[in-house]
Design a binder for this molecule. Structure first.
Ligand code: PHE
Length: 488
């Protein structure tokens, strides 16, 4: 990894003069700062909470292997395409797309792909911070545990999994508490986003990501010695073709996008802060590799405990929150380790929520010539309004099915609706548009030079982005969305 340098990306004079139109654009302080921030954006609750829950709800092995397939063949090329658009544009996501469209003499309508992304980022932010609030709740439990019973722990000590189960409903049944925790989590996010790219976002990533990696590896090693590791490996990596339905494929695809922060213009936005000297293909590979590694490690960390304790792998959103406390209850210094772990989860969530908030914030700053503070404040207020609906959908609003008349959203409450709307519809659609735009519409000369690829690898990338991504994405969208029509 390159040593940090002082030349801020946006000060690079060699961007064909484009970087300096409009208001000054910020930048990362170094290549490694970009890589850490992008990994920070990718690695988050998507890996720790959503990946195991989705894998469990979708039958394990078939989901996991199709997920890896999606990351390599679709996620990676789309990741490179998004960062490339941003780096070329050096401005907010929609404007960056417009710049590349203009340089390629293409229609302004392509800006829509980023507009869909900005909208999705805003929606994901709203429910993401609700889950961030659950993490804060667990931090609270372990802290009070430390005070009451010392480092050995007591909150989960000696309880059987069924009573641990009752802790979540305790939170889920308490609407005001969940909303309050949501407010706290989004306020912390706002604090860092308001401080700017290199001052706030980068600071969070530099300190929190390395600490997070150390802890998750340590807990997985512990799980390997104590939990049901053999069952886990079987469960996660045994491919049963008959389980690979259209719905499972769409879920795996959606998870790949969610986890890599794609289709929400996030990587366009982060790419816009990258200097000309950075090789985007190389960094994309590092980001996707790290993100996938953490998802798999999270699976290997959480499922042994699930099996050991006889929990249901398909328990859904509560899975991580149910299984991990069980591991901590038997560990030496359990409440201390539990506390550290959930603090790390909060860090990982925070480096993602700042990315989510940054996308609509950057757009508002530019579109309405606002300063960072007011722009991020308005985004926060909006996301909070939507987040309250998501939070209350677990109790007060549990009967509300906002889009129940659309078959694919039938039976979903606000939280699940917002989640499915983004990961299974808006993100893949934005990604189809991105791959067609970069593969077919954008000027080849620009694309070729921005990727940093040459020869055979460039050809592979072009085949993926022109043919494989659009075709696979559309196929998965169709078989996922119309399962009844196709009988999948
Ligand atoms: N990738 C993040 C995670 O896995 C979530 C996220 C999505 C962040 C989109 C930014 C943009 O938790």
């Amino acid at each position: 990894m390159a040593a940090p340098t002082q030349d801020a990306a946006h000060e690079g004079p060699d961007h064909e003069g484009q970087a300096h139109e409009g208001q000054a654009h910020e930048g990362w302080s170094s290549r490694s700062a970009f890589i850490l921030a992008a990994i920070g954006s990718a690695v988050g609750l998507g890996n720790l909470w959503r990946f195991p829950a989705e894998a469990g709800a979708n039958g394990g092995g078939a989901f996991v292997l199709f997920y890896i397939f999606c990351v390599v063949l679709i996620g990676l090329p789309v990741l490179l395409s998004e960062t490339l658009i941003g780096r070329f544009g050096q401005t907010s996501a929609p404007q960056s797309v417009l710049k590349l469209a203009a340089a390629s003499r293409a229609s302004r309508h392509w800006g829509a792909l980023a507009s869909i992304g900005v909208l999705s980022a805003f929606i994901v932010l709203s429910f993401y911070c609700v889950v961030g609030g659950w993490v804060l709740y667990y931090i609270g439990i372990f802290v009070s545990d430390l005070f009451h019973t010392g480092v050995a722990g007591g909150a989960f000590q000696g309880r059987d999994p069924a009573t641990i189960d009752a802790i979540l409903p305790g939170l889920f049944g308490n609407g005001p508490l969940m909303v309050g925790l949501d407010v706290v989590f989004i306020a912390v996010t706002l604090f860092f986003v308001a401080r700017g790219v290199s001052g706030g976002i980068e600071f969070v990533a530099k300190w929190m990501m390395p600490a997070f990696f150390v802890l998750i590896v340590a807990i997985t090693i512990y799980g390997a010695f104590t939990g049901a590791m053999g069952d886990t490996v079987n469960y996660l990596f045994t491919f049963e073709p008959e389980k690979l339905t259209g719905a499972v494929m769409l879920a795996a695809l959606g998870q790949a996008f969610f986890s890599l922060s794609l289709g929400v213009a996030g990587m366009i936005t982060y790419g816009s802060y990258v200097g000309r000297d950075v090789n985007l293909a190389g960094t994309s590979l590092i980001i996707a590799g790290a993100d996938t590694a953490v998802a798999l490690i999270a699976g290997l960390c959480i499922f042994p405990i699930v099996f050991l304790a006889g929990l249901e792998p398909s328990a859904g959103p509560g899975l991580m929150f149910q299984s991990l406390p069980i591991a901590f209850q038997d560990m030496p210094a359990g409440s201390l380790v539990g506390l550290l772990f959930f603090v790390m989860v909060a860090f990982a969530a925070l480096t993602s929520s700042v990315a989510l908030m940054e996308v609509p914030t950057a757009w508002m700053m530019e579109r309405f010539s606002l300063a960072r503070g007011p722009a991020s404040g308005i985004v926060t207020a909006g996301a909070l309004a939507l987040g309250v609906l998501a939070a209350l959908s677990f109790n007060t609003l549990s009967d509300a099915h906002p889009a129940g008349f659309i078959p694919m959203f039938e039976g979903l409450g606000w939280f699940d609706f917002l989640d499915s709307l983004t990961s299974k519809l808006l993100m893949p659609i934005a990604a189809v548009l991105t791959s067609i735009f970069v593969g077919w519409v954008a000027e080849r000369r620009i694309v070729d030079s921005e990727t940093g690829l040459g020869g055979g690898l460039l050809r592979v990338y072009l085949v993926l982005v022109r043919w494989v991504c659009p075709a696979a994405l559309m196929a998965i969208l169709i078989i996922g969305i119309f399962p009844s029509i196709l009988g999948a």
